[in-house]
Every structure is written in C-alpha cells, then in structure tokens.
Ligand binder design. Sequence first.
Ligand SMILES: Nc1nc2c(ncn2[C@@H]2O[C@H](COP(=O)(O)OP(=O)(O)O)[C@@H](O)[C@H]2O)c(=O)[nH]1
Ligand SMILES: [Mg+2]
Length: 253
Amino acid sequence: MVYLYFMGTAGSGKTTLTYAFQLWMNQAGYDSITVNLDPGAERIPYPADVDVRDWVSLPEVMDRYSLGPNGAQIICADMLALNAVKIKEAMDEFKADYFLIDTPGQVELFAYRDASKTVIETFGERDSMIAFLIDPALAKTPTGFISLALLSCSIQFRLELPTVNVLSKVDLLDEDEKEKIIRWSQEGEELQRALMESPTTMQTQMSYELFKVLESSGAFRGLTPVSSESLFGMEDLYNAVQQIFFGGEDLEK
Ligand SMILES: Nc1nc2c(ncn2[C@@H]2O[C@H](COP(=O)(O)OP(=O)(O)O)[C@@H](O)[C@H]2O)c(=O)[nH]1
Ligand SMILES: [Mg+2]
C-alpha cells in the first residue's frame, strides 16, 4: 500500500494531478483510488472515491462558529485529525494499492499543523510519501525556483516523509524553459550561473547561500516534469514512487 500526498502552493495543480495520475494508473492497470482531504474544496473536477467533506465541511464550520473562511479552515484542519480513523475505515473498504491524496489548497494548512501528522500516522506513516508540485509560473526565475525548493525541503522535514519533486503543468512551458528548470534542479552550477546573471540584489546573494545549503545537504535534487493536460511524465512519476519505496535508495523503507 502506498499513500501519496500531493502537496504544493495554491494553484500548483494538486487536484488536477490527483485525478490525472489516477486516470493514468487505471489505464496502466494499477489499482488506485483518490481521496479529497480538502474540506474547503468548492468544486472538484471529478468525484473523489473518499471525500473528507462527508465528515468535515467548511461552510458548516463557518456557519456554526460564525467564522470567516480562514478561521474556519484552521478548525477544519484540526477536525480532520478527529475524523482520521473514520476516513481511514472508508479508505480501507476499497482495498486499493495506491491512495492518491489531494491536500488542502493552502499548503500551510496541511504542512504546518499537528493535526496532519495525526492523519498521516493514522493512515500509515511508513507507507506514505509526498509528491511536491513546483508551479512553473513561480519557478521560472532562479530566486523563485530556490524559494520553492526551500518550501519543499521545509515540508519534507516537517512531515518527515520521503518526497518526489514534480514540475507541474509542463505543457505551459516551452521546451527550453522546461529544460532550464530541470537543469537547475540537477546541476548546482547551472543554478549558480543563472543567479550570477540576475541583477545583484540582497535576494540573489541570499539565494546563493541558501542554494549551497540545499546542494550540499542533498535535500533537493531533480525534478520530474509532468502535465495533467497531456499525461506527459505520469510513468516517470510512477517510477519515482517505486524508486522511493522499492528501489533500495531509501534505506528507511
Ligand atoms: N495547462 C495546464 N493547466 C493545469 C495543469 N494542472 C492544473 N492546471 C490548471 O491550474 C489551475 C489550478 O489547478 P488545481 O489542480 O486546482 O490546483 P491546486 O490548487 O494545487 O489543487 C486550474 O485552472 C487547472 O486547470 C496542467 O497540467 N496543465
Ligand atoms: Mg486543489
């Protein structure tokens, strides 16, 4: 069993990729179901097999406690933990091999609340991993790229889960841009060169120092490009998941 949590900044493509990856997996003959963990999702493009909104609903919490959406989101995030066992029971009924889990739109609601740790532990921590989505709109500049790499590392450390970093929506990038961002993720010198070419500001200097830490720690390396639109890269994502759990790379597993 694998629990794959799709995480990333709001609008990075988590919801779309959750479904696109399921579509690809089912076509390829793998057994997967989708789980919506976003109590505030207003509209999801396809029905989730298990939907947290059956237990926790943002509009209801806003009503009951007279809260705006932001305050209610925090209550909902904690209610997720209170309902984790029931959600897990509903997931178990499917007896699937892969659980593709869409997380709340605002990444901090899931990444930085203790409730999420409870959820991950209840579902099965040892079988869990993160697919962190890098939004190409934010990753086109070297400083933007580094800020997302840092966010990915921060979440990885916070949740203590193996992570595959995904460059999402690559159908929106031209080939040169796509290659450039992927090279930055693989070769520190390329990113360093791009930083040197940017106008020298406090941010570029700071980025350079931060990037050296990322590089030497090996906490962020490589990106798997995918498109939910064309299903480009889905097999590579599948292989990256296999590598983490069964590849012998990650000795903890
Ligand atoms: N062109 C393109 N658009 C995408 C892709 N994935 C997501 N989108 C669009 O990006 C927007 C945000 O996607 P969504 O999945 O809701 O992001 P989330 O907030 O991370 O769940 C939507 O308008 C999607 O249609 C993709 O692979 N290609
Ligand atoms: Mg979403």
